[in-house]
Design a binder for this molecule. Structure first.
Ligand code: ATP
Ligand code: MG
Length: 396
């Protein structure tokens, strides 16, 4: 049995919780992604605890708990300002609608709990001594860098079609290959994906797209036709086939969406609809629109100083990132130098405002707004100094 020496602090600090459960006669293990990430020496962002104790039993043992997802067996234990999620061993059944089980049944067996998990590398457990429980050769698949469904992949994707997206997401994030049988099952069942809510598909898509192996994962996403079941991708596989050939992997969400929109050759007035159909926020939509707009401009000509000012630093840097991912030549250093040299970077830095102009005798109204823009443009072009005196003289 594989045993980990010297558990990292994130596990250490939870050991008293697991010990309290085992002292009371229950089983308790660390489970899921944190074990996988520990073995791969990846950053561990949170740990999950699974136990044979039923939710009510967990609540009796610990003084401070929150019913986080009690119907699904999850109770949060608060201890010394830390919180720990404990989920009762469970099996799932039903899956009438190809997503989420109709019922979960609490069980006392770890094996049953591990069996319902998606991939072998996600079905590992570890006890407080660091001993790994590996019932489905997850360790072997970690070694061979393989994403492989637990049990019969056809059955598993039938139960929950989101797992097909999770397969390509983990391929990208972990830089793993996809087991052949698992891939064949996705090819067969890809058309179940639209049963899943767009939000959940989007979360997995973004993790795939911003992972370190997104180009290879994207190829599988296209080959298996999963891509045909997501908003705006149907019939677009020829345009999207460029993605696996990109120069670099996107590592920011906004860059990912901008790259996809550019590859799809989406007209500007359809970007917002595309983003909203993917259930993206207005903030993300606005960011992406600005990036694509500046990208188009840069593909055509050099921007004016005023256009650089209007784009702003974040959009400029993101657009340079997108151009590099797409292998589009841009003189990024010169652009950044020009941006840095702008006399003002935001309207707030202008030495005057509307109130100043009114005090200088300009009547409130559209004319005043236009004058303010004119002043801003002159300052940015270096034709007018950014101080009240110079601007006053210009108004007069
Ligand atoms: P991440 O680093 O993204 O959090 P993770 O492996 O922890 O990766 P989660 O989505 O947090 O992924 O899920 C935690 C665990 O729950 C998984 O490792 C897996 O064992 C199980 N799991 C999650 N979603 C599913 C699913 N749709 N079907 C089966 N098992 C799942
Ligand atoms: Mg997790």
């Amino acid at each position: 049995m594989k045993k980990i020496q010297d558990l990292p602090p994130i596990f250490q600090s939870a050991i008293p919780i697991l010990e309290k459960l085992s002292d009371a006669g229950y089983e308790a293990y660390f489970v899921g992604g944190s074990i996988r990430d520990l073995l791969l020496k990846r950053h561990i962002h949170d740990i999950d605890i699974a136990s044979s104790a039923y939710p009510e039993e967990v609540k009796q043992l610990f003084p401070k708990t929150i019913d986080t997802g009690i119907k699904h067996g999850t109770v949060t234990v608060l201890d010394h300002c830390e919180s720990y999620e404990i989920t009762t061993f469970r099996t799932e059944s039903g899956y009438q609608d190809f997503r989420r089980p109709d019922h979960v049944t609490f069980v006392r067996s770890l094996k049953e709990d591990l069996k319902r998990r998606d991939f072998t590398v996600n079905a590992l457990a570890m006890d407080t001594q660091g001993s790994i429980v590996d019932l489905f050769n997850g360790l072997g698949d970690l070694q061979s860098k393989l994403i492989k469904a637990v049990g019969d992949p056809l059955e598993r994707f039938h139960e929950d079609a989101l797992r097909m997206m999770r397969a390509v997401r983990f391929m990208s994030q972990l830089q793993f290959d996809l087991d052949e049988q698992t891939k064949a099952a996705i090819e067969e069942l890809h058309d179940l994906l639209p049963k899943i809510s767009i939000e959940r598909i989007r979360d997995e898509f973004v993790k795939m797209g911003t992972g370190p192996n997104s180009r290879r994962a994207f190829q599988v996403f296209l080959d298996t036709k999963l891509s045909e079941g997501v908003p705006h991708f149907k019939g677009k596989s020829e345009l999207l086939a460029v993605y696996p050939q990109l120069k670099f992997e996107p590592n920011m969400e906004s860059s990912l969406w901008a790259v996809i929109i550019i590859l799809l050759k989406l007209p500007n007035d359809q970007i917002a609809k595309f983003m909203h159909d993917w259930k993206n926020s207005n903030i993300m939509t606005g960011k992406v629109e600005k990036i694509v707009e500046l990208f188009d401009l840069l593909s055509d000509r050099s921007p004016t100083d005023y256009e650089l000012f209007q784009a702003g630093k974040e959009t400029l840097l993101n657009t340079i990132d997108v151009a590099q991912i797409l292998g589009q030549p841009v003189n990024s250093e010169a652009l950044v130098d020009r941006y840095v040299a702008l006399p003002i970077k935001s309207s707030a830095e202008l030495a005057v405002d509307g109130r100043f102009l009114i005090a200088a005798g300009i009547k409130p109204g559209p004319k005043l707004g236009q004058l303010l823009v004119q002043i801003k443009q002159k300052v940015i072009a270096g034709e007018l100094e950014n101080n009240a005196e110079a601007i006053n003289a210009f108004i007069k």
